[in-house]
Write a new protein. Structure first.
Ligand SMILES: [Mg+2]
Length: 241
């Protein structure tokens, strides 16, 4: 891609700024405690839920499957699952450590260009995660796709990125997206004609480069460095590093 240089940067949250596995572990522990209060073996539910989440955090019904795995009869799920789902969704992680160097890199980006975060998920949970990372002060614009139209407009649907562009006052195709998931972060950038830098980390670290990103890195600071080099660069000088 050799269009004009980006004027703003959009970062993903989960597995881009902090390890999502840390949040999932914290939320699974909260579900284990709630399961204990419901008369179940809380430790067993906790362990089963961690196993289910490790198999794929995007899949629905993880709590149902965890309960079945510890021997809860299917006929009891309708009564047991809702309070445990609530324990999961209402869990507020006390602290989520950003990836090494992520805070400093975000600081440098914030000083260089308009900066926003675009993330999928339950808006209350995503807000709690941002707060727990301590990065909120560097991210005055956070757009959660689910708040715009539910799961149907999650990345790679362009609605969220178009909304971010409007909030930043920039054309969508002049944004640079940094994220970990080719099928979401790279694809949403492609959907509006913007560039993306993929970071190979977290749950999708080994996913194929499809669609292909403008550049691929292994850390957020490395992605930020590429972004800083690109911001305001001459169009003629643009080529992947
Ligand atoms: Mg992500």
């Amino acid at each position: 891609m050799t269009g004009p240089a980006p004027l703003g940067v959009v970062v993903d949250l989960d597995d881009t700024l902090y390890p999502q596995a840390d949040y999932l572990a914290s939320a699974a522990a909260a579900v284990g405690v709630a399961a204990g209060h419901a008369g179940l073996d809380g430790a067993a539910v906790h362990a089963a839920l961690r196993k289910e989440l490790a198999a794929g955090s995007d899949a629905g019904g993880t709590i149902d499957r965890a309960l079945l795995a510890v021997g809860v009869p299917a006929s009891s799920l309708s009564a047991l699952v809702p309070p445990l789902v609530a324990a999961f969704t209402q869990h507020t992680p006390p602290r989520l450590s950003p990836y090494p160097g992520a805070e400093e890199a975000l600081c440098a980006l914030a000083a260089a260009a308009p900066l926003a975060c675009l993330t999928d998920g339950n808006p209350a949970i995503q807000a709690a995660k941002v707060a727990a990372t301590g990065l909120g002060r560097l991210l005055p614009v956070v757009v959660v796709t689910d708040a715009l139209g539910g799961r149907a407009v999650r990345k790679p649907h362009p609605t969220g990125l178009v909304a971010v562009a409007a909030r930043l006052g920039l054309p969508p195709d002049r944004l640079l997206v940094i994220g970990d998931r080719p099928g979401k972060d790279v694809a949403v950038a492609a959907a509006v004609g913007a560039r993306a830098v993929r970071i190979r980390q977290g749950e999708y670290a080994t996913a194929p480069d499809e669609p292909r990103a403008w550049a691929v890195t292994d850390t957020f600071p490395a992605a930020a460095e590429l972004a800083l080099g690109l911001l305001g660069a001459d169009a003629a000088a643009l080529s992947p590093g």
